[in-house]
Design a protein around this ligand. Structure first.
Ligand code: ADP
Ligand code: MG
Length: 353
């Protein structure tokens, strides 16, 4: 890992400045800087250039992005078959680290918005899910955690080869498994229970986010759109049923922020059914009593209710169990089963890619 980073730094120093890339228009803005659509005068192609903010912390993290992407592109996906964005170049320009990527299309959030947030047809949910999983397999093999998987970071790949395709972008928060530094990671709606609770994390956190994305692609809205971390946790508990396992709650750093230790009240009978827990989530009143400054409890809006009802009878789909065709019923059943493997509280039981 440190060798990779050293290598990238050395290469940067030796690169000459050039007038190769001509800015055409701005594509997006993020925490790390801006992304511009550029004309590459050397290859006569459009490219997307991410211009990193000229501050040490952003620079360091971008060096990590370059290192990890190079590892993924060159070593784990040399033939560009696994739905991970291609990095084409990196260089310094007026003290800004710049990374050139292949030019891709809209992100999946933009696609959902175009569709009035009513979700995609199952066939697209299936195709995109398979492709994202393909990328996640490669990342797991490489021991890389993306740490910010969400619809904004999955882009439509407008290749001529495939009819509908996506690619995973934005390794700006990524890290190596076993070398995790930050505890405040992932975007809130897609944040895994172990990160929320402050428990050591692995590539399994990307599978949680992936589950949230798959559900969102189908229903059109985020699965756990919480106004605060507490709100996200409440939504998880209501939609999935159950709560994080006791051993995770016992060892996590932030359990006390959200849960109360109540001890097992009826250990003998209920423990056998797995229904008893030594922890209970705090009530809204208890949460508000602690911190009156910020409203932490979000107003509920769709989706809510149990996961299976949500998928079967989502209002936009205009479906109910009675009027579902057999194939649609089977599709929904399969999707619910799939989602249950992904939005699983216990990272050890959660499905791997
Ligand atoms: P940040 O770390 O700031 O979120 P991203 O790498 O996610 O940066 O880029 C921000 C946005 O810029 C993306 O959500 C996307 O809309 C656009 N973008 C990034 N890379 C590309 C690309 N290769 N092709 C087209 N648009 C891109
Ligand atoms: Mg991003």
């Amino acid at each position: 890992n440190s060798d990779l980073i050293l290598y990238v730094n050395l290469e940067l120093v030796n690169k000459k400045s050039s007038r190769r890339y001509v800015v055409q228009e701005m594509l997006g803005q993020g925490t790390f800087g801006q992304v511009a659509k550029c004309w590459d005068a050397e290859t006569n192609n459009y490219v997307a250039v991410k211009v990193i903010k000229n501050q040490p912390a952003f620079y360091q993290q971008a060096i990590m992005e370059v290192s990890l992407l190079r590892l993924l592109n060159e070593k784990f996906d040399p033939d560009d078959q696994h739905h991970i964005v291609r990095m084409l170049d990196f260089f310094l320009c007026q003290n800004h680290l710049c990374i050139a990527f292949e030019m891709l299309g809209n992100n999946l959030y933009e696609l959902l918005k175009r569709n009035s947030l009513r979700g995609l047809q199952m066939k697209y949910v299936r195709t995109f899910s398979r492709q994202i999983l393909d990328a996640l397999i490669i990342m797991k093999d490489a021991g890389i955690i993306h740490c910010d998987l969400k619809p904004e970071n999955i882009l439509i790949a407008s290749t001529v080869k495939t009819a509908a395709g996506v690619k995973v972008i934005d390794f700006g928060s990524a890290c190596m498994e076993g070398k995790t530094i930050y505890s405040y990671i992932q975007s809130r709606y897609y944040r895994s229970p172990e990160v929320l609770l402050g428990y050591p994390y692995t590539t399994a956190i990307d599978m949680w986010s992936f589950g949230c994305i798959v559900a969102e692609l189908y229903i059109g809205l985020p699965l756990f759109p919480g106004a605060s971390e507490y709100d996200v946790l409440c939504r998880m508990i209501e939609i999935i049923g159950g709560q994080p396992p006791d051993d995770l709650l016992r060892d996590a750093k932030n359990t006390g922020k959200f849960f109360k230790h109540v001890g097992s009240i009826f250990p003998s009978s209920e423990a056998r059914n797995g229904a008893s827990s030594a922890y209970r989530i705090l009530s809204e009143g208890e949460i508000e009593a602690r911190d009156s400054k910020k409203p932490k409890v979000g107003r509920w809006y769709f989706p809510r209710g149990r996961l299976d009802r949500l998928i079967y009878t989502y209002p936009w789909k205009n479906l109910s169990e009675e009027n579902l065709a057999e194939t649609e019923k089977a599709d929904c059943l399969a999707l619910v089963d799939f989602l249950r493997g992904l939005v699983e509280f216990d990272p050890n039981k959660r499905w791997s890619p």
